[in-house]
Design a protein around this ligand. Structure first.
Ligand code: ADP
Length: 439
């Protein structure tokens, strides 16, 4: 098909040539009359095709694209091609959407798509079942009117979706749901909901088992430890040659007692589903106490310094948080050679989050271990942990305490240079006395 510009060019040339011929045969007036008439016909034909285009645009289907003539043949042909491409793309998209719907319907997890106003756009059948939604009725409804869990509404408004929340189902008292929001596109959200009742039951059984075993072992161990100490202290019971073995037995019994105490602490924190209290903890006092305890533990072998911002306190469980801070400080002492500096700091960051950190100049930790340190019994160096009285449970306890307070632990370290363990508390847990903090 010829180019539009060529077609127009040839029409113009033909008109001029015919006009010249008429001029030569019948004179200038006849030629001018012919030219005017031709132009009127030409413009009329354009108006006709523009009208045809307008009529087609009212119902732009592939079957009724006008054929056109002259340059309009090109225009309509291009429109036809474009329309055919659109139809194909639409058909492909529809089939992809159908496939996506079939796949999401087959998922055991509930999925709800929310728009930027948090209104339901679409959900799959498991979401209807787990959250009690009805797609045909609930579409375009604000999700907070439909999923009426207090924790969920708080989660939705807080806009921190890094971790999922766990709620007891309102529809079925036996089941526990895990809900997570994921932001995508331009402020749209995907709500993913999962029934975790079975996993919860297994976790509870595991926790109860560990708690029961630890509890059952505590009394016999106390008795064995007590007898061993009595025997060592008693006259003529333990001879010089066997005393060494008795001392080893006492050390190991004490180690087992520490492990059992830590296991019991861990299972107590893990099975506590109540949010920690929000008592305001005086951080100035708490930090001086942590520094004092650290000095006592180090026995003067380390230089322990403290730098704390004033007027910034924490709302939480005092006992739990002191245990987490002490754990980090005692690790710094245990993994820093004598004489090494240890710096404890308490500061407010630019997002008004409070950060507690302990920086040591100790042995450091290789990067590949860092993500695993909070796992139970994960140790980089077993013998060093054991020799310094470690149970391998300290950081697991810290992690659980921090989870309960919505705080996060970050660790940076360089082998041979030292490590920094930092706890960041969200603004909601921070209490600021402006007059002191700004002073
Ligand atoms: P442990 O009782 O063995 O210290 P934790 O749970 O407190 O158990 O710590 C886990 C492991 O993390 C430790 O065994 C040690 O290898 C490593 N670790 C913890 N704190 C430090 C630190 N400040 N410097 C170097 N390694 C550390």
């Amino acid at each position: 098909m010829q180019d539009i510009r060529w077609k127009t060019f040839w029409v113009g040339i033909s008109l001029i040539a015919i006009s010249i011929a008429i001029w030569a045969i019948a004179g200038a007036i006849a030629a001018l009359a012919f030219l005017c008439l031709s132009l009127i016909v030409y413009i009329a034909s354009h108006i006709h095709w523009i009208h045809q285009l307008y009529v087609w645009l009212q119902d732009p289907s592939l079957n009724n694209v006008p054929e056109g003539s002259g340059i309009w043949e090109n225009v309509f042909s291009a429109l036809f091609q474009q329309q055919r491409k659109n139809y194909r793309a639409e058909a492909e998209l529809e089939s992809a959407l159908e496939g996506f719907k079939r796949a999401t319907n087959a998922l055991p997890d509930g999925i709800v798509v929310l728009n930027h106003r948090n209104e339901v756009e679409w959900c799959n059948p498991p979401a209807e079942l787990l959250l009690g939604l009805e797609l045909y009725k609930d579409v375009n409804q604000p999700v907070q009117n439909l999923v009426r869990y207090g924790e969920f509404i708080h989660y939705l408004n807080a806009q921190d979706y890094r971790e999922p929340i766990i709620v007891k189902s309102i529809r079925n008292a036996e089941s526990t749901l895990q809900i997570q929001l994921i932001v995508f596109g331009t402020a749209q959200k995907l709500l993913i909901c999962r029934d975790i009742s079975v996993q919860e039951k297994i976790d509870t059984m595991r926790r109860d088992f560990i708690a029961n075993v630890s509890h059952e072992l505590r009394t016999p161990l106390t008795v064995v430890g007590g007898f061993l100490e009595t025997m060592v202290d008693g006259e003529d019971i333990v001879t010089e040659s066997t005393k060494h073995y008795f001392d080893m037995m006492i050390t190991q019994t004490n180690r087992m007692r520490l492990i059992i105490e830590d296991l019991l602490t861990l299972s107590k924190i893990e099975s506590n589903n109540e949010a920690p209290e929000r008592t305001i903890i005086n951080m100035q006092k708490t930090l001086s106490m942590i520094q004092g305890d650290a000095n006592a533990l180090s026995n003067g072998k380390h230089q322990i310094t403290l730098d704390a911002v004033e007027g910034v306190d924490i709302k939480g469980s005092q006992a739990e948080l002191i245990s987490a801070f002490t754990n980090l400080a005692s690790n710094a002492i245990r993994y820093t050679p004598d004489g090494g500096p240890i710096h404890i700091s308490w500061a407010l960051d630019s997002n008004r989050q409070a950060v507690f950190s302990v920086k040591d100049a100790g042995i450091g930790i290789e990067a590949q271990h860092i993500d695993r340190l909070t796992e139970r019994f994960y140790r980089v160096d077993n013998s060093r942990s054991r020799d310094t009285g470690g149970t391998g449970l300290g950081l697991a306890i810290v992690k659980h305490i921090l989870n309960r307070h919505k705080a996060r632990l970050s660790i940076t370290s360089n082998i041979g240079e030292g490590s920094t363990f930092s706890i960041t508390f969200p603004e909601s847990r921070v209490s600021i006395d402006q007059s002191k903090a700004l002073a």
